[in-house]
Write a protein that binds this ligand. Structure first.
Ligand code: PRX
Length: 656
């Protein structure tokens, strides 16, 4: 669809009705919202029956604001819920993962029984190394099956995993290890990126120089080659695990037993150790996986294209899918490892039915052109998901038309590390969808959009997103810092969870997420979201990607500075840059308002991104305001930001 057509369509129709074919076989039925609303707490208790409990809970919710306990007198084991139950039900031969390596020749298929055996062996080995219930274990691993095995073995023992994304630096790793006092680390010698081996263990060695409490490091041999070895501390995975017994008798832990810590960035420099407990977290990831992705374990092959180093990988590559007993694809590489059509090859080969990814990836794939997906059979797909940031309507429509063949519903899922599971999303077959809108809170979830004083806004208005009552997978806090937990999330609007996101209710009352409120700009007293301006820019046919920041301005308070990447194929690349910039400024003025017209537009071949694919707006704000650059260690390519600084210095400012 062209941009003009898309705009006309959005004006007229605004939404896609749920597909009747989909509705007929959907897991969730339309009555689900009313059932949950009638009594959300009892509704969640019924969802907890998706789990195998050793002792069934009789308590459901104990709420001592802001501290919740769910199913507190129940006991269970997370890995039994993911594995033993399926093997006991005769599903041991079912494929759990089709693992696809970064180098094309690497692949491995692992059944539920094989996975259980590996997890038992690893649990036995970790016990031998001294890991006990309640101990924290840092996991710093590439996307290899051993990462999943490790996490499941840790929770099998009632220990706590703290997965640190393998793209983080040694400093980031050591600060996380120290913050939660991890005494064990599991890692690999290296990882593959576009077919080339990159070392990983040196970062662990460096990190551990400042972590004297770490007793043991378990190392998977993934790439081969030399590694530095600390005798007594370091252990090869194959030497420690291969000879272990494949039987392991699990213990059962209280529902509120801590299961995982995941560090995430807040507004201060120190990352927050968000922790989750067992029963509530597992209940909600299992429920949302079933309802939002509508999974059919006997026929679906699901692919969550995320990294286990982030919460999406935890909830929707490991716990949600395994509890539901589905077959998945797990991919180690980058979207263009082995060619720009690698994803489409994978979908075709494994007949993937459900694909879940992030808007930034969708835009990258879009930039590479529609011809690549057209060259592959993608008809196995039946549902598409998006997560991580607001998705602009153009990318949404491209995804729907070019990947989903106009037949797959798209679920735009809003959630956070802190929420543990999806809270806002359409339900396929039930909820209408709109390009760019996450639509509705899921059953059992209370959401509101409020103004500065905490009053609900009306339809057609924007404000702050809050969650109005506790949900099972909500974080139980910031590790070791209950005060920071209260202040960050519960102080702004007393009694409500403040998500830090802006949101809008449209005229129909449907929800649009507008991004973090720290990205909201105030231009001459007008409040504008950076996301809104980005949407406008990305809506221009020449633009592949855009990042917008509010830079301080003597006259207007803040002014808009936009960093824009043009599409590779566009004719505009041959045009005079000043002409393109002026055209883009006029375009934004036309789409939003003249007040939204960027003061400066910097055309750049790349944007600075974290290794998880998020654009580092903080750094762009530094560039836009001529400040010394902050921490650049989490960037995929730190040189990008220097290049942008130089472009900024030579760019033209418009005072209009
Ligand atoms: O701003 C929201 C954005 O990502 C933030 C949470 O980031 P993180 O904890 O890293 O978790 C990402 C994966 C769940 C939110 O505060 N976000 C996430 N999903 C969406 C989104 N913004 C708009 N639409 C979404 N679907």
């Amino acid at each position: 669809m062209t941009e003009a057509k898309l705009e006309a369509w959005l004006d007229e129709t605004r939404s896609f009705a749920p597909s009747p074919e989909f509705a007929k076989q959907a897991n969730a039925q339309p009555t689900i919202y009313a059932e949950a609303e009638a009594d959300p707490v009892s509704w969640w208790r019924r969802q907890a029956d998706r789990l195998v409990w050793h002792k069934e809970p009789t308590n459901t919710l104990e709420w001592d604001l802001p501290f919740a306990k769910w199913f507190s007198d129940g006991t269970l084991n997370a890995s039994v819920n993911c594995l033993d139950r399926h093997v006991a039900n005769g599903k041991g031969d079912k494929v759990a993962y089709h693992w696809v390596g970064d180098p094309e020749q690497d692949s491995r298929t692992i059944t539920y029984k094989e996975l259980l055996d590996l997890v038992c062996q690893t649990a036995n080995a970790l016990t031998e190394l001294g890991v006990k219930t309640g101990d924290r274990v840092a996991v710093y691993m590439p996307m290899i099956p051993e990462a999943v095995v490790t996490m499941l073995a840790i929770v099998r023992l009632g220990a706590v995993h703290s997965v640190v994304f393998a793209g983080f630096s040694a400093d980031a790793l050591s600060s996380r290890i120290l913050d939660s006092d991890c005494q064990f680390v599991v890692t690999a010698d290296g990882a593959f990126r576009r077919g080339t081996a990159a070392p990983l263990k040196p970062a662990v060695d460096e990190a551990l120089e400042s972590c004297p409490n770490v007793k043991a490091v378990l190392v998977v041999r993934r790439t081969g080659g030399e590694v530095k070895w600390v005798d007594g501390r370091d252990h090869w995975w194959h030497e420690t695990i291969d000879h272990q017994s494949t039987s392991h008798t699990p213990e059962f832990f209280p529902s509120e037993h801590t299961m995982l810590i995941m560090y995430t960035s807040g507004t201060t420099a120190k990352p927050k150790g968000i922790f989750h407990t067992t029963g509530g977290y597992l209940t909600q990831v299992a429920t949302t996986y079933n309802q939002v992705f509508d999974v059919k374990p006997d026929t679906d092959t699901c692919w969550t294209a995320a990294d286990i180093g982030w919460i999406t990988g935890h909830s929707y590559i490991i716990y949600g899918p395994l509890i539901n007993g589905v077959t998945q694809v797990m991919y180690e590489g980058l979207p263009d490892s082995g060619g720009k059509d690698r994803w489409w090859k994978i979908i075709e080969k494994y007949k993937v039915t459900i694909l879940y990814t992030a808007p930034t990836t969708i835009r990258t794939l879009m930039k590479w052109g529609s011809e690549l997906p057209k060259g592959h059979d993608l008809t196995s797909l039946r549902l598409l998901g998006s997560v991580g940031e607001p998705i602009n309507p153009e990318a949404w429509m491209w995804y729907r038309e070019n990947i989903g063949g106009n037949r797959c519903p798209i679920v735009d899922t809003w959630w956070q590390t802190e929420t543990g599971a999806i809270l806002i999303s359409p339900l396929p077959g039930i909820t209408a969808t709109k390009p760019g809108a996450a639509m509705k809170p899921l059953p059992g979830i209370g959401v509101d959009v409020v103004d500065n004083d905490g009053n609900s806004v009306g339809n057609g208005e924007g404000g702050y997103l809050v969650i109005t009552h506790p949900w099972p997978a909500m974080t139980r806090g910031i590790y070791g810092d209950p005060e920071r937990f209260k202040e960050t999330y519960w102080a702004r609007f007393p009694g409500k969870y403040f998500a830090g996101d802006g949101a809008k209710r449209d005229e129909d009352g449907d929800l649009w997420l507008l991004g973090r409120i720290d990205d909201v700009m105030n231009i001459s007293g007008h409040r504008l979201s950076t996301t809104e301006v980005e949407h406008a820019l990305v809506g221009h046919p020449a633009v592949a990607e855009a990042a917008v920041v509010g830079a301080s301005d003597d006259t207007t308070g803040q002014a808009i500075v936009a960093f824009v990447t043009l599409k590779l194929t566009t004719d505009d690349q041959g045009k005079d840059q000043a002409e393109v910039i002026e055209e883009l400024r006029q375009h934004v003025a036309k789409v939003i308002s003249p007040i939204a017209r960027p003061r400066q537009i910097i055309l750049t071949p790349e944007l600075p991104k974290t290794r998880s694919g998020k654009i580092m707006r903080r750094l762009l704000r530094d560039v836009a305001e001529n400040r010394k650059l902050g921490d650049v260690t989490t960037l995929t390519d730190p040189t990008v930001v220097n290049m942008i600084s130089e472009l900024m210095d030579t760019s033209v400012t418009s005072d209009e």
